[in-house]
Design a protein around this ligand. Structure first.
Ligand code: PMP
Length: 421
């Protein structure tokens, strides 16, 4: 690898103690194929610090109990910790009230909840739902499933050649038929940051609601649902240094109150009778949380958000921008490599294709050198088709990544490309 010239380092340093921060993540100490792990698949799932892992085991070791209905100490403690996360999520999103936070399995389930509950009640023939070309399948397929039942139309906001939303086209697509705009805040495939506040303002001008898929934004920037004037906002725990299987949906109070339950079972009822009309439902948000939730994961999500708050989400985003710039500058110098997604506002995602080399081969071979990147369609097939590719390689950054890791990745990429060409 000595034949590879590495660019001079940018002067920037992490705005936190990077060495100490890395030490909080046990997994970063492991090796893969005899090489130190360089984990650059953070847009798929970020790693978890010890305090999150400890929160999970502490729950099972000390106060494992079902929540809300128990009268014993363990149940009280579990309920308090569980509801404590709801307050933490409220603060994280700057929601007005913790009752606006519904726990879900993640972003996907949160979007399906809105589709099945709000959508079934409010959409029908003649209506339109606007999504964008940048959407993850999670924000496409729930609407398609519903559209085939209810007969509304889905329209797609296009992107320009850099992967930024075409705002002129958006304005033209909006009409009195538009009932909902469902867009991501940050694209997982390209890293594009969407101007959600402006999208929201324009949607509301037309009397439409806006649902924001914040799966990729929550780990990288401060979220203020009131400032964005988002009607619904969704994110996943496992992308914000938390556990899998948990996430949250924010909704405006009046909307949530007017929406029917979407799943039935325990926890979401007030009274149940064999006469269907005799069954009544719990208040928001509990009416949307049927069954025993992922208690340990919700509690650990609270710990993850506390960790993010401690480091500062803005500092994290700032550092990821340094890493992204350092990586982009170097990979752009590689012969035949093309970056897909060069929007002016981007989060820490670097998607690229290499002439004469399959993304899959690059992914497999670079893994042999200890570097974890993602290859494939990133659950955004329509977007990749738009750019004329089936798959890209994607490196995505998190708080704990270092400039040295970026250099290792670039050197490994050079080596792998030489092997496959
Ligand atoms: N939307 C975006 C933009 C994503 O990146 C992802 C995860 N890759 C999702 C939605 C789905 O998240 P989850 O699988 O956690 O539900």
């Amino acid at each position: 690898m000595s034949d590879i010239a590495i660019d001079a380092r940018p002067a920037a340093q992490a705005p936190f103690d990077l060495k100490a921060l890395r030490a909080e993540f046990p997994i970063l100490a492991r090796e893969v194929h005899g090489k130190p792990l360089v984990y650059l698949d953070n847009a798929a799932t970020s790693q978890t610090p010890s305090r999150v892992i400890d929160a999970l085991s502490d729950y099972y070791a000390r106060y494992n109990a079902n929540i809300h209905r128990g009268l014993h100490t363990l149940a009280d403690e579990a309920t308090a910790a569980f509801e404590g996360t709801r307050a933490r999520v409220q603060a994280f999103l700057n929601a007005e009230d913790s009752r606006q936070i519904v726990f879900t399995r993640g972003t996907t389930e949160a979007i399906n909840l809105v589709a099945q509950s709000w959508g079934r009640q409010n959409l029908g023939p003649g209506d339109e739902v606007l999504i964008s070309m940048l959407e993850h399948h999670s924000n496409i397929v729930p609407w398609q499933l519903l559209a085939s039942d209810l007969g509304f139309v889905i329209k797609v906001i296009p992107v320009d050649e850099r992967g930024a939303l075409d705002l002129r086209a958006y304005r033209e697509l909006l009409s009195e038929r538009t009932k909902l705009v469902a867009v991501n805040h940050v694209s997982n495939a390209l890293g594009t940051i969407n101007p959600v506040k402006e999208l929201s303002r324009l949607a509301h001008q037309q009397g439409a609601l806006i649902l924001v898929d914040g799966a990729q934004a929550a780990p990288h920037q401060a979220i203020d649902v009131q400032d964005l004037d988002a009607d619904f906002y969704a994110f996943s725990g496992h992308k914000v240094y938390g556990p899998t299987g948990v996430g949250a949906l924010y909704g405006k109070r009046a909307l949530l109150d007017a929406m029917p339950p979407w799943q039935g079972g325990g926890e979401m009822i007030r009274t149940v009778s064999f006469e269907p009309s005799g069954t009544t439902f719990a208040e928001t948000p509990h009416k949307f949380e049927a069954g025993t939730p992922a208690i340990a994961e919700v509690i650990a999500l609270g710990e993850a958000l506390a960790w993010v708050d401690g480091v500062g989400v803005e500092a994290i985003g700032q550092w990821e921008s340094v890493l992204l710039e350092h990586a982009t500058r170097q990979v752009c110098a590689i012969d035949g490599l093309k970056v897909i997604g060069t929007a002016p506002h981007k989060a820490g995602v670097l998607s690229f294709v290499v002439e004469g080399a399959h993304a899959q081969d690059i992914g497999l071979l670079i893994d042999q050198l200890g570097v974890a990147i993602r290859t494939g369609h990133h659950c955004a097939q329509p977007l990749l088709h738009h750019f004329g590719v089936e798959a890209t390689c994607r490196a995505s950054f998190a708080a704990y990544n270092t400039l040295e890791e970026v250099d290792t990745f670039v050197a490994a990429l050079h080596r792998v490309i030489k092997m496959v060409r």
